[in-house]
Write a protein that binds this ligand. Structure first.
Ligand code: UDP
Length: 163
């Protein structure tokens, strides 16, 4: 077990993973990949983003030529957002998904998520935070810590493996 209390130490890094609409039907296989990598899913939700929400999430790309196409894609159906925790979780998840362009992903490592489930430079199956700062901002975007208490919301924070 990677997550016993005494071995946690450096394993508490968190990242934000988002499974994009056309890969949501691969969630079972993707969860297997996450488990194999030794990452723990500490929060998860499925959500249909509005265009304004998607624009907020991808605000750093608002001036890019691909911005509108990216918003079309990530609002085309529900996404699954997950907070993942583990040793070097940010890099571990980026490694698991592979490079932005699925054709690059396929030439580098055919087992990566984008190699297996990505289609093109926009429709690339998954998102992963690229730094601690973006991980915090993006986790807060999907799983806000402030505001009124929400019903039916499970938090993983009190389990014996994560305290
Ligand atoms: N994207 C795109 N065209 C590009 C580059 C990126 O449509 O030329 C999309 C793609 O879905 C990518 C997202 O915009 O995942 C964010 O781009 P970024 O460069 O941050 O890549 P990532 O960090 O997701 O690999």
């Amino acid at each position: 077990d990677n997550f016993t209390a005494k071995s946690l130490g450096d394993k508490k890094e968190k990242t934000l993973a988002m499974i994009k609409p056309d890969a949501v039907d691969k969630m079972g296989l993707i969860l297997d990949m996450i488990n194999q990598k030794g990452l723990l899913v500490t929060k998860a939700k499925m959500v249909l983003l509005s265009r304004a929400e998607a624009a907020q999430f991808y605000i750093e790309h608002q001036s890019k030529p691909f911005f509108n196409g990216l918003l079309d894609y990530v609002t085309a159906g529900p996404v699954v957002a997950m907070e993942l925790m583990g040793s070097n979780a940010i890099q571990a998840w980026r490694d698991l998904i592979g490079p932005t362009n699925p054709s690059d992903a396929r030439s580098q490592n055919a087992q990566s998520l984008r190699a297996k489930y990505g289609t093109d430079n926009t429709r690339n199956a998954a998102h992963g935070s690229d730094s601690k700062e973006s991980a915090m901002r993006e986790a807060e975007f999907f799983f806000p810590s402030t505001g009124p208490a929400r019903a039916n919301t499970a938090q993983f924070t009190n389990c014996t493996c994560c305290v």
